[in-house]
Unconditional design. Structure first.
Length: 165
């Protein structure tokens, strides 16, 4: 079984899409929501463009499918929630799902793993550090808790909206 972490983000009907994103992931992996690790829900400003604030969180779960299947499954869930992949990189999102980690795999395709965003965006690193504080980043060999502690928290404003779902 592989331990995976997925980031969820939305700034269009964000509460609806985050909740239904969690349900869709549970259904796709055929597991109960209670069997998944759920970070706190965070609110952050859009980065790189002017738009409504985002809700973001991270989900952790174990799966026995390949990284290619996981990446494909996440794209299908995004599309089912109204996401089109013709969208510009910096644009509003109904549901944005990114595979952050698949065990300690280091690859570029079908997804960049570990995802660069882990170290650059507070809305990814903080929730990941909640779920996997002692796990080591496969390249940097630092724990996510250490990475979060040394992160420049003044660079991005982030607030906890809810501690659990």
């Amino acid at each position: 079984m592989a331990q995976i972490y997925i980031s969820l983000g939305s700034n269009i009907e964000r509460e609806y899409h985050i909740k239904h994103g969690i349900i869709s992931i549970a259904n796709a992996f055929d597991i109960a929501i209670e069997a998944m690790q759920l970070s706190s829900l965070f609110e952050s400003k859009a980065i790189g463009f002017d738009s409504d604030n985002f809700y973001n969180m991270v989900i952790g779960l174990e799966c026995d499918i390949s990284v290619e299947e996981v990446a494909s499954m996440l794209k299908k869930i995004e599309i089912a929630h109204g996401r089109t992949h013709q969208d510009k990189k910096f644009s509003p999102r109904t549901l944005d799902l990114d595979l952050l980690l698949y065990d300690d795999l280091i690859i570029e395709k079908p997804a960049q793993l570990p995802r660069d965003e882990i170290c650059y965006n507070a809305f990814v690193l903080w929730p990941l550090s909640e779920l996997a504080p002692q796990s080591l980043h496969p390249i940097l060999k630092q724990s996510y808790q250490e990475l979060w502690q040394s992160y420049d928290k003044s660079s991005q404003q982030l607030e906890i909206v809810a501690n659990c779902w």
